[in-house]
Design a protein around this ligand. Structure first.
Ligand SMILES: [Zn+2]
Length: 476
């Protein structure tokens, strides 16, 4: 029987998606609720989301983006004002049509996103240049009635996210804001969740329907499917015209504002789980780990009990780190090791009678499984070094894998081979035509995840000069 089977856990290399659903329950990240397609977020996962929120709030403060809150319900007439946007969402909108026994005069949408309700208010607040830029963010949840089967964090009918909406006097300022936002997301993913991404622009087919264009960050999962991690939309004047968000400049001329919106959702937690997990369970990057260090005293009958020493150590470490102490007497050390490994705690410290004699403890790191004896006197400093090293190593391993899974191709055959057999991003030239984009999907089941401008080579489908370098893959 393999180690993996003893834990009763699916191997993550054999079937990542099976492993994923199982580990989220076993590690206590989520549970399924009585409402189909809606999940319960449990404390360890909520902790990670809160960490992301703390860091994002600080970063947004630096961008002069302020938090606010807008209503959950949006009148249908508002949602319809920007027609492209509305068409994009119609199939997924959940409606409130009745209150008590009373049928409502106008249907109210449960927000699928808040552009329309926010911009109605922006029109009321923006008059002159001194009202600009206007930059508000909300941490909330939205509902999009997905019909395909539920996958926690990646496909649920309600999800947590952050949506920022900005209005600017000039196009240039708005463009810069869209760029800054996507750079912020890239930083958060790299520094907190140790997730490397490809940054690019969505094709017209894949972009947010109300946007002029959409920046995106795409991460590659170990099984060869991409996950869209965050998007930042240049809205141009697509909303400010129908919503009449106008300002009068110094010369007395009326102009419509230029806008952006950008969001990141809890799907980044799902990506983190897939990205770093292994056959033993979760591997949580130290910076977001609810428990960074767990201390396990190893008790031997007839030998001095190391528990008091473990308690002192826990107290000492708790001043700097998030520490757990496992003194359960009805569980063996082996059982405890398995459980904390499954939950992804980055560093385990074992302390037994022999260690006390020698003035040492044993460090076991979750990412590589390596163990080393550390002098008791150096534990705090060594723990800091090791946690930093784990954080960096997780990113380095993920980056190396992303590079290996990003393959340049020159023919449709090799594109098919990469997305279907070798798994990963196939990188190729694209003319920019919708026809060729549709061809790719029909022939491979994969989509263009993002593009970069490029003026060399030819389209891998039609052979015309390429306008873009595209990244093609299957996606969650
Ligand atoms: Zn083409």
């Amino acid at each position: 029987m393999s180690d993996n089977n003893e834990r009763g856990l699916q191997s993550n290399k054999e079937d990542l998606s099976e492993w994923y659903s199982e580990i989220l329950i076993k590690a206590g990240f989520i549970d399924f609720s009585p409402v189909g397609g809606f999940i319960v977020l449990l404390p360890p996962a909520m902790f990670i989301w809160d960490k992301v929120r703390d860091v994002m709030n600080k970063e947004m403060e630096g961008m002069q983006v302020k938090n606010a809150y807008f209503p959950l319900l949006i009148p249908e007439s508002l949602l319809k004002k920007e027609s492209e946007h509305f068409t994009g969402f119609t199939p997924e909108v959940a409606w409130v049509t009745q209150a008590g026994e009373q049928k409502l005069e106008e249907r109210l949408a449960i927000r699928p996103t808040s552009e329309t309700i926010m911009y109605t208010m922006y029109a009321k607040w923006v008059h002159g240049t001194s009202d600009l830029p206007l930059k508000l963010n909300q941490w909330n949840s939205v509902v999009r009635w997905e019909t395909s089967s539920t996958r926690p964090f990646l496909r649920t009918k309600e999800f947590l996210w952050q949506e920022a909406h900005t209005a600017h006097a000039t196009k240039q300022e708005a463009l810069q804001q869209a760029v800054d936002a996507i750079a912020l997301y890239e930083k958060v993913l790299r520094e907190l969740l140790a997730i490397p991404v490809i940054k690019g622009v969505k094709s017209d087919k894949e972009k947010f329907k109300g946007a002029v264009f959409t920046y995106t960050l795409e991460a590659m999962m170990p099984d060869g499917k991409a996950i869209q991690m965050a998007t930042s939309h240049m809205l141009g004047q697509n909303f400010s015209v129908p919503f009449e968000i106008e300002y009068v400049d110094e010369k007395g001329n009326k102009s419509y504002v230029w806008q952006t919106s950008w969001g990141i959702s809890w799907r980044i937690i799902g990506a983190m789980v897939m990205m770093h997990g292994d056959d033993k369970g979760l591997v949580i990057p130290p910076r977001v780990a609810p428990t960074q260090i767990v201390i396990v005293p190893v008790v031997y009958r007839g030998k001095p009990d190391p528990t008091p020493e473990a308690e002192m150590l826990a107290q000492e470490l708790s001043k700097v780190f998030r520490v757990g102490l496992d003194t359960r007497q009805d569980k063996t050390p082996g059982y405890k090791y398995n459980e904390w490994e499954l939950k992804g705690v980055p560093l385990r410290i074992e302390i037994g009678p022999r260690d006390i004699e020698k003035g040492t403890v044993v460090f076991a790191r979750r990412d590589t499984g390596q163990k080393e004896a550390v002098s008791r006197a150096n534990v705090v400093q060594k723990a800091q070094e090791l946690l930093d090293d784990i954080q960096n190593n997780l990113y380095a391993v993920a980056k190396k894998r992303l590079d290996e899974m990003t393959v340049r191709v020159d023919t449709l055959e090799s594109l098919k081979d990469v997305v279907n057999s070798r798994k990963g991003f196939a990188v190729a030239g694209w003319c920019g035509e919708r026809q060729c984009e549709d061809q790719i999907y029909e022939q491979t089941g994969a989509t263009i995840r993002c593009v970069e401008e490029q003026n060399e080579g030819s389209c891998v489908i039609c052979g015309k000069p390429a306008r873009y370098k595209m990244y093609v893959s299957k996606a969650y």
